[in-house]
Design a protein around this ligand. Sequence first.
Ligand code: GDP
Ligand code: GDP
Length: 437
Amino acid sequence: MSKPIIAIVGRPNVGKSTIFNRIIGDRLAIVEDKPGVTRDRIYSAGEWNGRAFSVVDTGGIEIDGEDQIMKSVRMQAELAIEEADVIIFMVDAKDGLTIADDEVAQMLLRSRKPIVVAVNKVDNLNRHDDIYEFYNLGFGTPIGISGAHGMGIGDLLDAAVEKLPELTEEHYEDDVIRVALIGRPNVGKSSLVNALLGEERVIVSDVAGTTRDAIDTPFERDGQKYVLIDTAGMRKRGKVYETTEKYSVMRALKAIERADVVLVLINGEEGIIEQDKHIAGYAHEAGKASIFVVNKWDVVEKDEKTMKNFTQDIREQFLFMTYAPIVFLSALTKQRLHKLLPIVTRASEQHALRIQTHLLNDVLSDAIAINPPPTDKGRRLRINYATQVAVKPPTIVLFANDPDMMHFSYERYLENKIRAAFDFEGTPIRIFTRRKS
Ligand code: GDP
Ligand code: GDP
């Protein structure tokens, strides 16, 4: 199932990032706990009233030249209209309704997207009358909020979540492996799609008139069915904002949510950049299987150490994803291309792997015997038993006397022991420690 996207749009300084941080506050604190996980404040997972969503702050697109504020707001709005399911249109009670607000409102109105108007900086009750003029925007009742005081955020989320589309079930059968290709522009995503499909198949390149529809491309190889997710998104060309990180990130988020296996493309010619880490980090957090694909290997000057050094570089830069296999290939010459699909299939199997409880407990009791759990003030963490409660990704619950005593490093130790015994190559594993009831 695809997680819907809520985008925040508005002029600079109305308080978008303040509100964004309010919305994701708790969740970020949890993520920050784990060393090595890249944080990216452009987007985050959120949940409200039992609905899960991703929230994106579209602000901060920088453009040179005159009239840049208007241009950048216009781009944010375009981006949100194209990719988001619900748009929070943020305005500023102190400034009142501005011409720029009006222009954005016209764009949003034409889009027929669900819109919630948030009037920020309503810091006290005296200000509350200031929200009335924003009825003129034409989106119904504006919601007064204060990012500074954290007021009204619940009402805002109520309104936004209420407008989210109904959940749609994924329509692929379980035996189809859903593959997303992600990576920055020009890394070779479309070329790899074409290479995988073979020369005789040409994927749809013109989706004029349909700005939103994701087009997936199914194919079969050696008896295994695959579907490449959102190949339409890869074909869109020519708009300025495609080169902005936010655009690629929003597209990638949606594709990742729907995938089983994520191919993280890296430009072999140029090496790893920060943006690669942001997107890969999201695949990790979303619990998807991942494979690093180092593309354009044909143009890399190589000696016997090149592959080893590149591997080491990836391992250092993506500390939290040591489980992801690395494939070096060329989408252009198809050099080493044949290695990819067997690795995809295997990663997908590992992602869905279920370990019998007694085998899991055998491995864990050996691990605990060799290296006992941490102690604190004379008390020791006791892990009584473990069980795998979910697949995709494999999720293991450890029942213990005092879950608070579990340390990240000890959890990592157990994870390594589990991987040594059962493999799980290509997939993240989630481990939770619960109090034994
Ligand atoms: P963005 O450019 O839209 O992301 O805006 P920011 O979140 O960076 O906020 C711009 C400025 O408005 C900052 O100085 C914030 O401290 C301030 N601000 C944000 N929310 C509120 C609010 O509710 N009340 C007041 N008075 N100031 C706020
Ligand atoms: P996308 O933006 O990620 O979809 O990237 P494209 O597939 O459009 O590729 C961008 C450019 O890189 C094009 O000029 C491709 O021909 C080139 N390219 C893609 N894969 C390879 C490769 O493996 N080797 C070389 N040398 N060029 C490639």
